[in-house]
Design a binder for this molecule. Structure first.
Ligand code: 4AD
Ligand code: MG
Length: 464
């Protein structure tokens, strides 16, 4: 017996086939004419398939008539054309096997619709809902598209470490990794921790970015990218921050800032296009239920150029726009999300790439411009999210880099391997980091980042 997914079984080409379908019951209705309609979903598509179970099936009274939402079943039968609305096929069952029951008194996902906040408490069950199934499929499609985009363009996938001793962004937002018994340490009130007793013989952390290590591979292999988990202990409870998120970081040797911007723009457009093409049904769902401007926005972005604007000009726009912001703007401040959103949503109504930021607000590794005030950093801003990508051309001149490290109180010797790249065959190079969850948020229109990753990690929350 051929096993078909619900997605396959729903295609007209499957009509006439004998098949076995397996999934979780969404609804059951009984007809007076002596049969039941059971809708199941197996996660392979947004749509369910209807199974028609006749009253003469041997377990009809004992089992089939007791099926409720959440029960798991296998059904064998013939796929036929369906007269029902919104479906082209249905399965006429000759056998229905129940694998697992779901007590309707306690199963949380009964018909009633729950808020996304409530569903976060059932992160283990929420993938069975329409919205979270769709998010999972689109997230998967995006990941596939990301790998394809880079692989087709000759980038090499490199794995950078999750545990590291260096703070790439210099923001001090790292989770420490230790095998020391912290309770013992606390009880014995040791004056100073002796790291020779720790696993790595020195303070070690979960990485905030694979960039520095990716640079070493780019400076040997040309074009590389990383795609892995990153961690930030920033205590910001916003709809756009997670303590654990996935980042994609391309890094290119012999590359300057404008080429880096070209790559970021082509990359985002490719991902948007693939999501709309390969997940059409799910994207329609998001457009209908989550954000009715979604498809229009994505299509608009695909067919226009991103605005590219120096930070200094952006600040002028913000100072003169007459909008009252919570955080005042002046040259030299780090832009807040409200400023970024004003630029991209209200002023330009388009994605915006801001570049040439004041060096005082950016990390040590960014290339210093001749004005000695700005660095070749870039942020890609999109409506509703604000910053989705952060990147830069890297400082490849040893003397300038060391000066910047000193200015930022970094111990140059700790980064000896990083400065070595500037001693031996240094080249202009550039790259960026894209937060996967912000991208999934943007593509699906989901308002909260906690709803686009299976098990969100946020301050005070590491359940499941
Ligand atoms: O701008 P960021 O901090 O840049 C870097 O880490 C560079 N080392 C990247 C590089 O040049 N290779 O972070 C990059 C992106 C942000 O634009 C944002 O999309 C995402 O990572 N991001 C977060 N996403 C979710 N939760 C957080 N707490 C995030 N912090 C950054
Ligand atoms: Mg950033």
């Amino acid at each position: 017996m051929e096993k078909l997914s619900v997605a396959q079984a729903r295609q007209e080409a499957s009509i006439g086939k004998q098949a076995c379908l397996q999934g979780w019951v969404r609804t059951r209705r009984d007809s007076k004419a002596g049969f039941s309609f059971i809708e199941i979903n197996d996660g392979s598509s947004q749509g369910n398939i209807q199974i028609i179970a006749d009253a003469n099936l041997e377990n009809y009274e004992s089992e089939i008539k007791n099926l409720t939402a959440g029960c798991s079943i296998s059904a064998i039968g013939e796929l036929k054309a369906s007269g029902g609305k919104g479906q082209s096929t249905e399965l006429h069952a000759s056998q229905v096997t129940v694998h697992g029951w779901a007590d309707p008194d306690t199963y949380p996902l009964q018909k009633k619709r729950h808020s996304f906040e409530k569903l976060r408490e059932w992160a283990h069950l929420r993938p069975r809902t329409n919205t979270f199934g769709a998010v999972a499929r689109v997230r998967n499609c995006i990941c596939n598209s990301i790998h394809q985009f880079f692989q087709e363009d000759g980038f090499l996938y490199v794995h950078t470490p999750v545990i590291t001793a260096s703070d790439c962004e210099g923001a001090g937002e790292m989770f420490q990794v230790t095998t020391m018994d912290l309770e013992h340490v606390a009880k014995n009130t040791i004056e100073r921790l002796d790291y020779q007793f720790d696993f790595f013989d020195r303070p070690s952390f979960l990485t905030v970015s694979g960039q520095l290590e990716a640079e070493t591979y780019a400076c040997a292999l040309g074009k590389v990218y990383t795609f892995g988990p990153t961690f930030r202990a920033e205590n910001s409870n916003t709809s756009r921050h997670l303590a654990e998120f996935w980042m994609i970081e391309p890094e290119m040797a012999f590359c300057e800032l404008s080429e880096n911007m070209d790559l970021a723009e082509a990359f985002l457009k490719r991902v948007f296009g693939d999501a709309m093409e390969k997940c059409a049904e799910d994207m329609e769902f998001f457009n209908l239920r989550i954000d009715t401007t979604l498809l229009e926005t994505l299509n608009g972005i695909m067919s226009s150029d991103f605005v590219r604007l120096p930070y200094t000009e952006a600040v002028e726009i913000l100072e003169q726009c007459g909008e009252s912001f919570e955080y005042p703007v002046q040259w030299g401040v780090d832009l807040q999300s409200e400023h970024e959103r004003f630029l991209t949503e209200t002023h330009f109504k388009s994605p915006v790439i801001l570049y040439d930021y004041p060096k005082i607000i950016k990390p040590f590794y960014m290339y210093c411009n001749d004005d000695e005030k700005t660095v070749r950093g870039m942020d890609v801003l999109v409506p509703k999210i604000g910053e989705i990508i952060g990147g830069s051309q890297r400082e490849h001149r040893l003397d300038v880099l060391e000066q910047r490290m000193t200015e930022q109180d970094l111990v140059i010797d700790d980064y000896w391997w990083y400065t070595d790249l500037r001693k031996y065959g240094t080249v202009p190079h550039a790259g960026f980091g894209l937060g996967l969850e912000r991208l999934v948020q943007f593509v699906t229109g989901m308002a909260n980042i906690r709803d686009v990753i299976p098990f969100p990690r946020t301050p005070g929350n590491a359940d499941f």
